[in-house]
Design a protein around this ligand. Sequence first.
Ligand code: AMP
Length: 281
Amino acid sequence: MRIIRSVPAMTVWTSGLRREGVGIGFVPTMGALHEGHRSLIRKARLACDAVVVSLFVNPTQFGPGEDYATYPRTLKDDAALCRAAGVDVLFAPSAAAMYPAGAHVSVTVGNLAQRWEGMIRPGHFDGVATVVTKLFSIVRPDRAYFGQKDFQQSVIVRRLAEDLSLGVKILVCPTVREADGLAMSSRNRYLTPVQRRVAPVLHEALQAGRTAILRGIRFGAQVARAMQRVVEQEPGVTVDYLACCDPRTLEPLARITKPAVLLGAIQLGRVRLIDNLLVRL
Ligand code: AMP
């Protein structure tokens, strides 16, 4: 496995492969890799000739007061995981390498970025869309793999690829969970032992929402209340949102007549957790 840190070196490598007709699979990450990331790498490895993983903690998707400075950076462990998973190239640029001239021009996302995560983290999805566009133009993949764990991100990235004709097939892969249901996340390592015991309540709330729908409840507000009741049983948890939405537009559903996505975000102390569940009727 090669570790490439410079943008020109990465471009040279991918241009060479593309000339030879090699199909490139790409898994963009911010590092601190876990089983969730590994599942994306595995899918890419099975479907593509060459696999590129990027490790880049992108400053432009963090707001002031967020955890950019303290985000876990574990290059050695990440490289070992990638090597064992059969990755061909680990692309790990610095912020200066990615934004040598600053970030004057960027990609702006429409309504999809205004709700939920976008409401709580203004500018976040513009930062994500911009860095994904940049990474796609450097790596020039045929297929790119994203996790359902970040549902709103996956919807936005699909639209990004489609609306800007980026020529990349976007694959969204299932959320990998701990045994107690907690969605794996690089940020889970911030949880104290007490918070870690409480954290699965988010998944439990989403499951309660799904059960309500499967039992015939068709009012989105009622489903949201069913989820809220579960979280309220745990003191010390703040709900950012728990909502029953259209999986394409992410608008809240008043009446549930088609598949829905349950979106949730909570705060445990200073740690934010997000999760979601798709419900097919
Ligand atoms: P991150 O490093 O958190 O930016 O995540 C990189 C990619 O891995 C994104 O597409 C995430 O949605 C995906 N991902 C993160 N956690 C999980 C998980 N538990 N299961 C599946 N995919 C995940």
